[in-house]
Design a protein around this ligand. Structure first.
Ligand code: IMP
Length: 188
């Protein structure tokens, strides 16, 4: 049964729909990397941890998992675009097939920064697998190789995504009630 939290206005994507789509994405990724020895899944903390866990367990290709954590300034607008690494990968990516796993692309600044940073480390290939895309908010044109769902410009939580570090473990993607949102937090 779907738990609906009182901070949630409505369920945007239910659990079964997410699971079905993650399964399709894993199938697509497995086919595309079938000829490679190994894929390095790079999960972006914290938001991607549940998506990555579900995706990875459905993959039919050999894979390793690593994580990065980023901090961004200016979600509330002040110094928009400054992204920095607060936890880097444990391993070099040179010569590896890297698949970035992200929860959501909003302005695109984070994914753009990650692409540039990891590309400079000379991986054999670099692609991205993103659960949600708020395309209407895009400021930087970034490629998304595997996409779960395009969503409207609303603040969503659940399935790894947070508001002020809350609601990450909801099994669905829900829209936060408007009264609950104030945009000075910067948690990922
Ligand atoms: P971007 O750099 O603007 O594309 O922002 C990407 C990051 O912003 C994501 O990794 C999330 O951490 C966060 N974010 C953007 N929109 C949402 C949302 O609706 N819910 C939760 N986090 C979000």
């Amino acid at each position: 049964m779907t738990r609906k939290n009182s901070d949630i206005d409505r369920v945007l994507i239910d659990e079964a729909t997410i699971q079905q789509r993650v399964c399709e994405l894993a199938h697509q990724v497995s086919e595309d990397y079938a000829e490679e020895d190994e894929v390095l899944l790079v999960g972006i903390l914290k938001g991607a941890f549940i998506f990555l866990a579900d995706l990875a367990r459905q993959l039919q290709v050999r894979h390793a998992v690593d994580f990065m954590a980023l901090s961004s300034y200016g979600l509330s607008g002040a110094a928009s675009g400054a992204v920095r690494i607060i936890m880097d990968l444990r391993q070099p990516v040179e010569g590896k097939h890297v698949l970035l796993v992200e929860d959501i692309v909003d302005t695109g600044l984070t994914l753009d920064y990650l692409n540039k940073t990891l590309e400079s480390r000379r991986p054999a290939s670099l692609r991205s697998c993103v659960l949600l895309d708020k395309a209407a908010r895009r400021e930087v044109d970034v490629p998304i190789d595997y996409l779960g769902f395009e969503i409207p410009d609303v603040w969503v939580v659940g399935y790894g995504l947070d508001y002020a570090d809350q609601h990450r473990t909801l099994p669905y993607i829900g829209v936060l009630r408007r009264e609950v949102v104030s945009f000075d937090h910067q948690d990922r």
